[in-house]
Design a protein around this ligand. Structure first.
Ligand SMILES: C[S@@+](CC[C@H](N)C(=O)[O-])C[C@H]1O[C@@H](n2cnc3c(N)ncnc32)[C@H](O)[C@@H]1O
Length: 371
């Protein structure tokens, strides 16, 4: 929580994203300090303070005071590993490097200990954490015993904004991962409640479980369906969106499952659904992605099950950014794909950038025909 080089480019919100990750990392090596300096709670208090700051329960000033006290504990400890641990507890950006340093000092004959920590830190950095780290000025040279670890972490954590999957056509077009849409306030499509067309479908009893919401965003549609007592899984490539959806489910005490998954690889879920919802994902797929996506949807839908697609249409004024023609939709789900378009009707989709009537849309009910 102390100011570090590069940290001035980070907003308070950015620091809230990093704080729990740094706190988890610090906690892994706290026992090294506590074994050496029994009864000194300052590093642990700084870790708890970082988490409270992330939850919005502690302001940045008091969190920084706790971090400074951890640094004081570091200066007073007479064991190098304990010093590194206490130092780390006071840092957000340097925490992983100090943690690796502490392990290297505590286990001088075991290089795997520190390397394992670096692996753990990299694996536990969420997409949101990686996105914040990418905002920092890039270091090419970092002197001192922490430097090599800092450079390795920077290389591993900031290299791939798509976390190992191929970027979608939309991500290639915008140059940003989907996750970035959720970093600075609500995304343009995130209206903070379920789409009226989905509410109507739900009250007509269209959603029989289990239900999959593909590209669920922050979960409003999935939560609306789940609140009616239907089992729902929402999936999205955006970790931030999934985290927000989970938090909403907790806050509203609605039982619904949300997980990060690629809708173009749904077979990896190893699950089947009676009803599938696509609200706003199909229209972001380009012509090359559609066959893969349609097959992916088929792989998880029970024969006789129904897929509902709500997407922008090309008809009428005020069309959305990815208008789809009716014949394109029918062609994507042609009979050879194991789907049959049952109904395809004009509807509306609301966004944050259209007036209350929203944009022209298609609402399609598509049946899964063959196994
Ligand atoms: C236009 S938004 C709609 C979100 C949500 N259904 C709603 O109505 O608010 C499209 C969503 O699909 C997600 N998405 C895009 N490509 C995806 C993929 N291949 N797998 C899973 N989710 C994807 C995006 O992250 C985004 O949340």
């Amino acid at each position: 929580m102390t100011r570090e080089s590069g940290a001035l480019t980070l907003s308070e919100d950015d620091r809230r994203v990093l704080a729990p990750w740094a706190a988890d990392c610090a906690e892994r090596t706290l026992p090294l300090f506590e074994a050496h300096v029994a009864g000194d709670a300052r590093p642990r208090d700084a870790v708890d303070g970082a988490r409270a700051f992330a939850r919005g329960e502690l302001r940045i000033g008091p969190a920084r005071t706790l971090a400074a006290q951890a640094h004081a504990a570091a200066r007073e400890a007479d064991d190098p590993a304990a010093t590194a641990v206490a130092h780390m507890a006071g840092h957000v950006l340097g925490a992983p490097a100090y943690a690796a340093r502490a392990l290297a000092l505590a286990h001088p004959d075991d290089p795997i200990a520190a390397a394992g920590l670096v692996d753990w830190v990299a694996e536990h950095a969420t997409a949101a954490v990686r996105a914040v780290l990418r905002k920092l000025p890039r270091r090419t040279d970092a002197p001192g015993p922490l430097g090599a670890v800092m450079l390795e972490l920077q290389a591993r954590l900031t290299a791939d904004p798509f976390d190992g999957r191929p970027p979608t056509s939309h991500e290639q077009m915008t140059g940003r991962p989907w996750d970035a849409s959720y970093h600075d306030g609500p995304a343009p499509w995130d209206i903070g409640e379920a789409q009226p067309a989905i509410v109507r479908l739900a009250s007509d009893g269209a959603f029989t479980g289990p239900v999959l919401d593909a590209g669920c965003g922050t979960g409003e549609n999935a939560l609306h369906v789940a609140a009616r007592g239907v089992p729902v899984l929402g999936v999205d490539v955006s970790e931030t969106a999934v985290a927000i959806a989970r938090q909403k489910a907790r806050d509203r005490r609605i039982e619904a499952e949300f997980t990060v998954a690629d809708a173009f690889r749904l077979e990896r879920l190893g699950r089947r659904f009676d009803t599938v919802l696509d609200c706003g994902l199909f229209h972001t797929c380009d012509a090359t992605e559609r066959p893969r996506y349609v097959a992916s949807l088929a792989s998880v839908t029970e024969p006789g099950g129904t897929l509902y697609v709500l997407c922008f249409s090309d008809e009428g004024p005020g069309t959305g950014p990815h208008p789809v023609r009716a014949d394109e939709l029918r062609a994507a789900f042609h009979p050879g794909t194991g789907w049959a378009v049952v109904t395809l009707t004009p509807d509306r989709v609301r966004t944050r950038f259209h007036d209350h009537r929203g944009a022209p849309a298609w609402l399609a009910a598509i049946e899964r025909t063959s196994p």
